[in-house]
Design a protein around this ligand. Structure first.
Ligand code: AMP
Length: 307
């Protein structure tokens, strides 16, 4: 039955971040970076992205050492994508100060032939034009999931809707699903998205956890109540990496509702490590044992009995 491969397209970035706990300049970030690292603990990952010549070789080596297939990573003349943002005491909301697309402006991804047949595909937060480009190049994927953010909802609403129509799962932040649908109520917002095509919507609610909706099913997972949170950046992408990584690890077996629920818990467990340190620091050196104990802690968190 074996693990199946998982393809991700998304940003690789330098992030400059201020939070109530400190400030960092040009640390490694990006949706594809966090996603692929998180997923690499569970399934073989194929990465499609672009960086500039200024991107550290040692990060590329670290990703490769985690078994991530980097044939789809282009090193282009120019500067790496740069995101500058801050968080206030409400760590659930990232405020963007600036977004420098740099090498992403002219990026036209061509999938390496060995990537064309990948059963699991994650269209990470990036220009919907690139998400569509990738979708057009993969052959009959089993599951395609998508993430996006306010920047793209505002900039390319039409293209974004076209991508959404063609995916199976939308994994999105609470604030963004409200913005995208114009609907405050999350159940109604998810239903609107499902009305566009996708069969499942996974809403990331920061420190309040995750709400997963599909036809006839609702699942709510808490976030782990951590005592030390340094930087929420990357939590969403790490969640998606754990979620998709678990699904891909199930091989060719038909996926059940329980698989999707456990995928949600894997995503939540891995994301809970990401926020314990700045950048990808904590995510780089995780072990399966640590992930397993966090899953146990999650189980204990909501266990109760009726007497
Ligand atoms: P999250 O996992 O939701 O916290 O996303 C964090 C990552 O999103 C950061 O590391 C940023 O580099 C990246 N990011 C921010 N803005 C954009 C954008 N407009 N397009 C793609 N990636 C972005």
């Amino acid at each position: 039955m074996g693990c199946m491969s998982l393809l991700v397209v998304g940003s690789m970035a330098f992030d400059s971040i201020r939070s109530p706990f400190g400030e960092v300049e040009r640390v490694i970030g990006g949706s594809a970076t966090y996603f692929s690292l998180a997923a690499s603990y569970l399934a073989p990952v194929r990465l499609v992205s672009v960086v500039g010549r200024d991107f550290p070789k040692k990060t590329i080596e670290m990703l490769s050492a985690r078994g991530i297939d980097l044939q789809g990573l282009k090193v282009a003349d120019g500067e790496t994508f740069h995101w500058k943002g801050y968080y206030e005491f409400d760590l659930n909301t990232a405020h963007t100060v600036r977004t420098d697309l740099n090498v992403f402006r002219d990026f036209a991804p061509v999938l390496p032939p060995s990537f064309r047949e990948t059963p699991y595909v994650f269209l990470g937060n990036i220009d919907p034009r690139l998400q569509l480009d990738i979708l057009a190049q993969v052959r009959e994927p089993k599951i395609v999931a998508l993430d996006t953010m306010n920047f793209w909802i505002g900039k390319s609403p039409q293209l974004l809707r076209e991508v959404i129509r063609n995916v199976d799962i939308v994994i999105i932040n609470e604030a963004e699903v409200r913005e995208l649908t114009g609907e405050f109520n999350l159940v109604k917002a998810a239903r609107k998205i499902m009305g566009m095509g996708p069969g499942r919507v996974v809403i990331k609610r920061g420190e309040y956890g995750v709400l997963q909706l599909s036809d006839g099913e609702v699942f709510a997972a808490p976030a782990y109540p951590l005592e030390t949170i340094f930087d929420p950046t990357g939590a969403g992408d790490s969640f998606a990496g754990g979620f998709m990584g678990y699904l891909a690890s199930r091989g060719s077996a038909p996926l059940t509702e329980m698989d999707y629920r456990l995928a949600t818990m894997y995503g939540s467990a891995i994301a809970s490590f990401t926020v314990e340190a700045f950048s990808t620091e904590r995510l780089e050196g995780l072990t399966l044992e640590e992930i397993g104990s966090r899953l146990d802690a999650f189980r204990a968190l909501t266990e109760f009995r009726t007497v």
